[in-house]
Design a protein around this ligand. Sequence first.
Ligand code: 5GP
Length: 177
Amino acid sequence: MASLKVHDKEFVPYINAKEIGEEVARVAAEINRDYEGKNPLFIAILNGAFIFAADLFKQINVEAEICFIKLASYKGVKSTGKVITAIGLDTEIYNRDIIIVEDIVDTGKTLSQFLPTLEHQHPASLKIAALLHKPSATIHEIKIDYLGFTIPDKFVLGYGLDYDGLGRNIKEIYQLV
Ligand code: 5GP
């Protein structure tokens, strides 16, 4: 795979489609095992998680539901530090087994602001599934229950993740040079 120019920046191949597929299948298998006989509600965070959520959800074989919310803390390649809720949660989560689906946990700010909102509504359980985690960028510690890849603190795009709107449709994950 060759390098890729998106807007003004250059990206190089980092995780290929086969590796992504294998990790998504492993995460799905863990969730299927842990939620046997339950009826979890997946809450996928838009925009970035839409492809991971779709690929993961297709492999869930317990009775499950999914809904989508939109939170954003990013503009360009730097976090603005602000969390904006654009589309709220309209599904009842009281007494439900909730699995949050996130594309990437970076500073942890987004989830640290959002999780208390969910906890106030007393779900039966609350777990996090994330495709990517950048532990060295942590400001707010988040416990990730189901994780695809641990990656260094470098900006990535592809597989749902964008750089200023572009790159979400790329099948592999690329890293900023
Ligand atoms: P956090 O609040 O944990 O710092 O950031 C979470 C959100 O920031 C992610 O859901 C994602 O939308 C965005 N983000 C963090 N790191 C990256 C990255 O390397 N690439 C892209 N495209 N988005 C990122």
